[in-house]
Design a protein around this ligand. Sequence first.
Ligand code: CP3
Length: 364
Amino acid sequence: MSHAPANDRLLRALRRQPVDRTPVWLMRQAGRYLPEYRATRARAGSFLAMAKNPELACEVTLQPLRRFPLDAAILFSDILTIPDAMGLGLYFADGEGPKFERPVRDAAAIARLGVPDMETELRYVMDAVRTIRRELDAGNGVASVPLIGFSGSPWTLSCYMVEGGGSKDFARIKAMALNDPAALHALLSVNTDAVIAYLSAQRAAGAQALQVFDTWGGVLSPAMYREFSLPYLVRIARELPRGEGDARTPLILFGKGNAAHLEALADSGAEAIGVDWLVEAGEAARRLQGKVALQGNLDPAVLYGSPDAIRAQVRAVLDGYAAGNGGSREGHVFNLGHGMSPDMAPEHVAVLVEAVHALSGRGS
Ligand code: CP3
């Protein structure tokens, strides 16, 4: 961890220090939109086989960095590794997304859950972090950039664990919130302990920044978000050990639909807040008041636009952020407001990344 990446724009921006250009990385930057990803996945046989093999996880993590001058790598894995290690039995039914063989539906099932051991049950994740970090530091044909580790939020993990997979209406978990809130709090609590242990272990293995994905926080009413998601994000931000000063490992709290809660998130203790595109970057910057960095927030669908349209939309996010941040680009990490889709064109990703760097040079 003493080894600083040659390109430290991401870490400097997350600390709100000056940088020459705004750093950029993209959620789901490794994925099915890349032909080389599809080839590796075919070789592995399945997404899970690939994620559980540290060499293949490393290979797909580095694939987007070989194509684009991105300012960070993100561990190739999944948020559902934790509930899988808790014994729920993760699987992917073709074309249906993630599912669990043994969802948790009542207090008795929740009481049986425990925090998995990070260096045995989740060793494959830590081995992937160590392998990727070694390759990034060695610079074998890839730029030396920081490695981001990640976890799902306690609420978002609970959604999958209770629903048994993806959901449109979140009926089961919302019913639990209403009918047996103590059981849900017990689930959120064990998940929070697991997330803190998981992120700590990734940091020890070599992750240089950490992101929590609260993908489903935005399906909660504000009052329910304040009861079932926010307090657990705050506990992670306060309790996750991550060093001091320039050696501190920054924590990014990303949430879909978190715009109603920016003031509370700015006071959470996290170093950065990630937002989707339903709030303007300038408004988000103003409301965060310079207390934390902002990550985001281009609508991923902009990648379906023409190169000129992409450049115009990139400029709007960059300049909107600066306008809301007292005229300064400091403290901004450029990203999409959510992950990329398999039908996006790699050529358009190249346009986006180059536009961020070209349009954010200091003095521009
Ligand atoms: O950003 C990156 O490049 C890192 C990789 C990453 C994946 N999943 C790889 C993946 C990350 C950060 C995740 C997190 C994740 N997983 C989230 C939170 C982020 C978000 O999107 O809000 C969620 C909700 C999941 C659960 C999950 N895993 C879903 C909904 C899916 C998609 C299923 C599908 O068929 O599209 C997955 C599988 C998954 N995770 C894929 C990838 C690249 C697709 C698997 C494939 O190759 O078929």
